[in-house]
Structures are given as structure tokens and as C-alpha cells.
Design a protein around this ligand. Sequence first.
Ligand code: MG
Ligand code: ZN
Length: 385
Amino acid sequence: MNKIFTLLPLSFVAAFILIPSCKTPATTPQIAEPVYEREVLGSVIAKPKKPKNIIFLIGDGMGMGQISAGTYANGNTSNLEKFPVVGIHKPQSGKQLITDSAAAATSFACGVKTYNGAIGVGLDSLPVETILEEAEQKGLKTGLVATSTIVHATPASFISHNVYRKNYEEIAEDFLKTDIDFFAGGGKKFFDRREKDERDLIAELQAKGYTVENYLKEVHELKIPMETADKFAYFTADEDPLPVYQGRDYLEAISMEGINFLKQRSAEGGFFIMIESSQIDWGGHANNSQWIIDEFKEFNELIGKVLSWAEADGETLVLLTADHETGGYTIQVDSKMDSLVTTFTSTHHTGDFIPVFASGPGSEQFSGLYENTAIYHKLRAAMGW
Ligand code: MG
Ligand code: ZN
């Protein structure tokens, strides 16, 4: 709009130049409106193709050390190498240099820096609309998947607004306030065995049209009833799901089911899904290198499946990043590819900058070095919002 106003004086000048040279009485000069902003400067760039769908992958606590160790331990290869665009974000929160997962996920979801512990609220503790809520309002189908509880900080920040991340039962209530179409993760007890009230949020979800499935041992046999389910919720554990090294294996199966479900339900509208590999962070806090590597390998398998799916789809922006690094995790001098020597400098998060990987239409937005809040703005810009 600004461009049109700045062009107006030019068109008046053009009119005065044209009028004296005309033999016939002056008519309104016809000056074509520029299609692209750059055209008037003589260098036309095509409008980049807009994505229809967003798949946002977050590896909690997955810094360069975790990516490096996971890649080396995976035979020196990973599906992260398939992303054509790489950037870097600065993860500090609004009040602390060292962020927590709540403030970081709120930065991604809402585009604001906030205080550690904040879920979908700004520094003033007031709610800020999330990109998932905006996607819903714009008619997209929406989803969340986590290998933590579904009310844990990272997924919660996309759907809930709460002054404190550990108000899990209040955060669970916020799932009823949206029309999210698909979600999967642990934390069932915050929905149906609540301490603060007698509400059965599972029954309330079902009354709202959700098909709700509980934890199944044979997870790979789970098939969402695509034809009959309107909305789908899948509870993978009463509390925290197990780590991979104790047998958890649902991330890839349920994420791909969710993506296909949202695609099938979205028709013309597109979809937004955030999928979190939650426990890379927990391995960092525990200073447990094998925990980190096992979670990374599982996440890497999912990333490969997602990239293949998105390539076939052709209309999906895939974004992969972390909220922060956890553990000050590094690879030491006596390491070999098949026997890494790693150390930790912390049991907390660190302030390291974090890599961002992007693929598909809109991915060109994500090269460069920028604040974590820019990810929200770049996602919206890619969608043309
Ligand atoms: Mg998390
Ligand atoms: Zn953490």
C-alpha cells in the first residue's frame, strides 16, 4: 500500500510530461500499476510460491552438540543434510539470557519475547494469539504432537495462555477452547483425574466431536478412523511418555498419521502442525549422552519421513529448529566416530545460538541470523499472512 502512495507523485509527473506532446486533448494517462515492488527499480523478482501447509519440527534442547553427536553416532549422516536452507536463531528470552522452553516456544508461537515460564502470554502476562490459533481462524486444520505430556511447555505454548508453565490442569482446559483437529502426547491424568476440579475433559472432548484413543502397546497398529473421525486426540501416557531407551516408539507413526489426517481433512485450506521431539532436552538435563543420541535418532527417522512426504506434496513448508541447547554438550578430543567422548558443562539450558533448517515453498525466508521471534514472523510472511 505504501508503494502505491509513493508512486502517485510519479504518475502526476508523468502526466505533465505526456500532456504537452499530445496533439489531441489530454485524456487520463494510463499508467500500468506495478505488479511487483521491484519492477519500478528494473529488477523483477518472481513472487515466491506460498506454502499451503506448515510442518514445524522442534527438537527440545537440540543444539549443535546434540546434532553433531547424533549425526556421528548415526554413521556420520542425518536427514538434516537434506534441508536446502539453514539459518541461526538467538534463543534468549524477554527477561533472562538463558531461556526456558516455555518462553522459547511462546516466541515461536506468538512472536514475542517473554519471561521464562510464560505460556502464550507476553511480558505483561496477557494472552497473545498463537500462530496455531491464527491458522485455525484462517480455516487451516491444526495439530500438535509431543513426546512429553501434551500440556508440557513446548506444545502448550501453541494452544494455551497461562502465566505459569506448570499449571498443567489449567493448560489442559485450553484444549477445549480451541478447535485443534489432532493432538497426541502424554499427560492424560491432567484431563481425566484432576486435582483442582471434577471435570472429565476426555468426556468433554468427546462431546465436542473428538475421537479419543488411549495409550496402546501396539502403537503401530493404531489407525485413525479417517472416514469417521472429525477430530482426533491420542493420549500416549498418563504422565510423561517413556524415553526411547525404555521402549517408547510412537513419534514417527503417530506424526505421519496426524499429517495424513490433517491433509485429508484440510481439503483446500491447508494445515499447521507442530511436532516436538521433547526428550533430547531431558537427556541434556540428566547429562545422559545415550538418552540424547537415542532421541535424536528417532527424531531423525521422522524428519526423513516428513521431508519425503513434503516433497511429494509440493505445497508444504518444513521447518526444523530447537528452542535452546541443554547441558553444554560437547564432543571431546579422544572421540572416534563410533565411540564418542562427550562432556557436559551444565545440567541446565545454555545460551548457545541455535540452527534452523527449512525446506519447501517459503523456506527462503529462513536463511540468516535472527531472533527466535523472527521465526513466527517468517512463518507468517511465508504464508502471506
Ligand atoms: Mg519441550
Ligand atoms: Zn529443559
